[in-house]
Design a protein around this ligand. Structure first.
Ligand SMILES: *Cc1c(COP(=O)(O)O)cnc(C)c1O
Length: 404
């Protein structure tokens, strides 16, 4: 079999209209979001308006990163130093990092084999910790039963902040991911669904919450110039009571993002064609277990995860190695040392150590692969064949050893 020669970290180019918009901003020199002339809105404010409309939410704030959006969301939600914040045990480092940034402590909730929050464990942890906020991470784009989650949280007076870094463009029963609770946090970092290098978007329907978030982001009392902000009167006291923790988005990045938002849904379709093709290929490999994608979930297949539960633990890295030799870059979440984007709760030493046997068991056989849009459908079929081939090799080697 021919090795694959594509590059897993290669995103598509920034579209020409976005490049032109960025050049226009640079020609004016007005890169700072509040450096506007007359009643000019500015790209950052336009982006806020456009993204609020896309999400179907009242308010939106453009800011420095997804991690920053989560951090100010927790603070604006009233989380204080020493508080406990519930969050997923399977997530990326910026999530526990956002909890730590407000001096709070994460209490990790187990995941299920479908890689979503385990609602039974959530119930237990709510009563054990008394925590009042859940930072839900829809890690790698897997949505839990959102209606069941919302009902459980309402019963227990727990606020929901959603980390939608991998679910921008996704929905559950037709409702946009990020619109189920107090706030949705999005990232426009290069490997997410819109690309401005770095960037974040925070959405909410709650005027007081959004006024606090806008002040936190460093609005220099210029909140009137925002694109999707609550009315001025909401800021009356909040503007004096809320510290400035500068983390604004600039007009240059917003200008790059605006045209990309127009093609987001089209790109979601293109991701899913690629995802479905790879998933179909892998579903024919008996040893490989794909997480279920429930009917109400409209996902964005910008990456794929699967488990290889029958593989001996010491063989996990060999499987990664064999695929790498043939040009396919898999990440393994069970590794003891964090590699690139695959850290797990054991490597977040600043958090309280926690027993998460179910999550550990799942992560021990969990593999992860990016699906950049720069790959063709032919590339995706090729990749699936290589993984299948290496899975058979590892399985038969395992059997041989057992026979010896
Ligand atoms: C990327 C990511 C974020 C936010 O990341 P930033 O780099 O801060 O924009 C949050 N959660 C998850 C799960 C992510 O993958």
């Amino acid at each position: 079999m021919e090795p694959f020669r594509g590059v897993f970290t290669q995103q598509e180019a920034i579209p020409d209209d976005a490049i032109a918009a960025a050049v226009d901003v640079m020609r004016t020199g007005r890169l700072h979001r509040y450096n506007t002339v007359g009643d000019e809105l500015g790209a950052a404010s336009e982006l806020e308006r456009a993204f609020a409309d896309y999400q179907g939410t009242r308010f939106c704030l453009a800011c420095a990163s997804g991690g920053y959006a989560m951090s100010i969301a927790l603070r604006a939600a009233g989380v204080e130093p020493g508080d406990t914040v519930l969050t997923n045990s399977f997530t990326l480092a910026p999530v526990p990092g956002a909890v730590a940034s407000v001096g709070a402590r994460p209490a990790f909730v187990e995941i299920t084999e479908d890689l979503v929050l385990d609602l039974d464990d959530l119930k237990t942890k709510i009563s054990e910790t008394g925590a009042k906020v859940l930072l839900l991470s829809s890690m790698r784009g897997h949505l839990c039963d959102m209606e069941a989650l919302v009902a459980l949280l309402a019963d227990n007076d727990v606020l929901l902040v959603e980390d939608c870094a991998h679910t921008m463009g996704a929905s559950w029963n037709g409702r946009a991911s990020g619109s189920f609770g107090l706030a949705g946090c999005f990232s426009t970092q290069t490997y997410k669904h819109l690309n401005s290098g770095e960037g974040g978007l925070l959405t909410s329907d709650d005027p007081q919450f959004m006024a606090r978030a806008i002040m936190l982001s460093g609005s220099y009392m210029l909140y009137r110039r925002h694109g999707a902000a609550p009315p001025e009167t909401t800021f009356e006291d909040i503007r004096l009571e809320t510290p400035n923790m500068s983390g604004r988005m600039d007009n240059l990045r917003a200008a790059i993002l605006l045209p990309q938002l127009q093609t987001l849904d089209k790109n979601v379709q293109r991701w899913n064609e690629r995802y479905d093709l790879i998933a179909d290929g892998l579903s024919e490999v008996p040893a490989i277990k794909l997480p279920r994608r429930p009917d109400p979930e409209h996902y964005v297949g910008s990456s794929i995860q699967f488990r290889f539960p029958t593989l001996d633990p010491e063989k996990m890295l060999r499987f990664v190695e064999l695929n790498k030799e043939m040009g396919v870059e898999l990440k393994w979440f069970g590794d003891n040392t964090p590699v690139a984007f695959t850290s797990n709760h054991h490597s977040w030493k600043y958090t309280d150590p926690q027993e998460l046997p179910k999550t550990d068991h799942i992560l021990a056989s969990l593999f992860d692969m990016r699906i950049p849009l720069s790959f063709t459908l032919g590339d995706c079929a090729h990749i699936a064949r290589i993984i299948g081939h290496n899975a058979s090799r590892c399985t038969s080697e395992g059997n041989l050893r057992k026979i010896e």
